[in-house]
Design a protein around this ligand. Structure first.
Ligand code: SAH
Ligand code: SF4
Length: 392
């Protein structure tokens, strides 16, 4: 796609501490923070109170400097500063689209980079965060899928993306201001950036628990949506241990087509996936599941597909997000025509399901769904590697 919309692009370089330096407190659960403090000499009896105090400074007030933690003694602050750091991913660049979407490039330990996208809307602001550098899966329509998995992000790097965006949006409470006094710019989280979150379950879970903690970032579990390509064994765990909303990259209505588009289907097919999804709303106490469906010209966009889709999801409380395919250089698909997308949406709508067509956001800066891929990791997988992965 060639677009010439103006974008702003500024680069910041912030010096970083070496990864093998002091322990980073960001991303530790309350229990892990307690154990870490005790291991470094905080008396057991005080540990609980210290966890509460430090937690609030970090996650409620956005403080990064132990010196600013004024309800701790000067000596204790010094001790903390000697042993620990409070570190979030480094913002390497920020691009702002003509529609207000912001795309950040965040650098994490080892020099790897992930993309983070902020999408402002009238009634909410959504941050799309990444869970892995690259992805082991190779969905044919996804740009990230052409980038090999480099590594899983740590819990600190996941929750750190939220903190980094709050820094940029100037969203931490100001001095003299109570937490939550201003309307929130960053009100929702979607795990729809780079990577398959359910292949990094523990870190995603810990990061989301931190983001949901009422004495910190305090996002309700209903404002967090995790998107999976269909890692069936982890779906019930997501309900029980995170309890957030679930979105599923469905994208096809027969195993034959889904095997090609979403190769994980060869491991867990449509029927197995739907069985796992049927239990999700009950287990997680959430209302409905979002089915994501990318509209690919002449691949999955016929009337017959729409009718099959409605049949398949019968009985599951669902909303279907139709995503016009977002193009990227070398992509093997085309976006369905607009009239086709509307006809498809109409069939689903008449069957009683919400079927919003997602307007692509931030296309001019390649920030739309499936366009994310960090510049540093351009190596394309060979056809043989893609096929070998798909056959797993
Ligand atoms: N790995 C997870 C989450 C990241 S992808 C998953 O697959 O669900 C977030 C959503 O964007 C998924 O529904 C994905 O299928 C969709 N997507 C990927 N590439 C796309 C593209 N080029 N155009 C539109 N949507 C795309
Ligand atoms: Fe990975 Fe999701 Fe992209 Fe598939 S759509 S390659 S699972 S990031």
């Amino acid at each position: 796609m060639t677009r010439t919309a103006p974008v702003t692009h500024d680069v910041m370089t912030i010096p970083r501490k070496l990864p093998d330096g002091p322990v980073n407190l960001v991303g530790l659960t309350r229990e892990a923070l307690r154990d870490t403090l005790v291991a470094h000499g905080t008396p057991e009896k005080q540990a609980r109170m210290r966890v509460n105090q430090i937690w609030q400074w970090i996650y409620q007030w956005g403080v990064r400097d132990f010196e600013a933690m004024t309800n701790l003694s000067k000596a204790y602050r010094r001790e903390l500063a000697e042993n620990f750091i409070i570190e979030t991913p480094e913002m390497v660049s920020r691009q702002i689209s003509t529609d207000g979407t912001r795309k950040y490039l965040a650098r994490i330990a080892g020099g790897h980079e992930v993309e983070v996208v902020y999408i402002p809307e009238e009634t909410r602001g959504t941050l799309c965060i990444s869970s892995q550098v690259g992805c082991t899966l190779t969905c044919s329509f996804c740009h990230t899928g052409t980038q090999k998995l480099v590594r899983n992000l740590t819990a600190g790097e996941i929750v750190g993306q939220i903190m980094m965006a709050r820094d940029d949006l100037d969203e931490w409470p100001r001095q003299g201001e109570g937490a939550g006094e201003r309307p929130r710019l960053l009100s929702n989280i979607v795990l729809m950036g780079m990577g398959e979150p359910l292949y990094n379950f523990e870190n995603v879970r810990d990061a989301m628990r931190i983001a949901m903690d009422g004495e910190g970032i305090s996002l309700s579990r209903r404002r967090i949506t995790l998107s999976t390509s269909g890692v069936v064994p982890e779906i019930a765990k997501t309900a029980e241990e995170i309890g957030c909303l679930l979105a599923v990259s469905f994208h096809a209505t027969t195993d034959e087509v889904r095997d090609k588009l979403v190769p994980i289907n060869r491991k867990w097919n449509i029927e197995t996936l739907l069985n796992a999804l049927r239990d999700y709303p009950r287990l997680s106490n959430s209302e409905r599941i979002t089915f994501e469906y990318v509209m690919l010209k002449d691949v999955n966009d016929s009337d017959a597909d729409a009718k099959r889709l409605v049949q398949l999801i019968k009985g599951i409380p669902a909303k279907i997000n139709l995503i016009p395919f977002n193009e990227w250089p070398g992509a093997p698909h085309q976006r369905s025509d607009w009239t086709r997308i509307e006809a498809f949406a109409d069939i689903i709508y008449k069957a009683g399901y919400a079927s919003p067509i997602r307007t692509p956001r931030g296309e001019d800066i390649m920030a739309a769904c499936g366009q994310l891929k960090s510049d540093t990791e351009r190596a394309r997988k060979s056809r043989r590697e893609i096929e070998a992965d798909a056959g797993r």
